[in-house]
Design a protein around this ligand. Structure first.
Ligand SMILES: [Zn+2]
Length: 131
């Protein structure tokens, strides 16, 4: 599925739930401990809710205690795009789906080995396909 198939915001609004739309297309953040996957540890692959691209694998998910799904690395390096984000008076690195541009969350440098990274991702942006 190419990005051009989903350029139109009206089409996105039709495809996504209101919450998914606010997060993926308007870069909102769901409230912690409310999402579908913050406490989910089943085996499987987390797909982009916007385009279905495989973004994260369950064996890289860990409990960061922050109330959002947290991963120490993406499924492959080229599925994620990192963007400098200086909104809300903070210096952060936003992560988006490289395929559809959907907002996923942020990446921080306080994760576990082997990467030391914590991809803090909104449940609304991902869809677990269980093994
Ligand atoms: Zn996507």
């Amino acid at each position: 599925m190419s990005e051009s198939e989903f350029k139109d915001e009206a089409q996105w609004a039709e495809k996504l739930t209101p919450e998914q739309y606010r997060v993926l297309r308007q870069k909102d953040t769901e409230r912690p401990f409310t999402g579908e996957y913050w406490n989910e540890f089943s085996d499987g692959t987390y797909l982009c809710r916007g385009c279905g691209e495989p973004l994260f694998l369950s064996d890289t998910k860990f409990d960061a205690g922050c109330g959002w799904p947290s991963f120490f690395q993406p499924a492959t390096e080229d599925v994620i795009k990192e963007i400098h984000d200086s909104s809300h008076g903070m210096q952060r690195t936003e992560v988006v789906c490289r395929n559809c541009g959907g907002h996923l969350g942020h990446v921080f440098n306080d994760g576990p080995a082997p990467t030391g990274l914590r991809y803090c991702i909104n449940s609304a942006s991902i869809d677990l396909k269980k093994k």
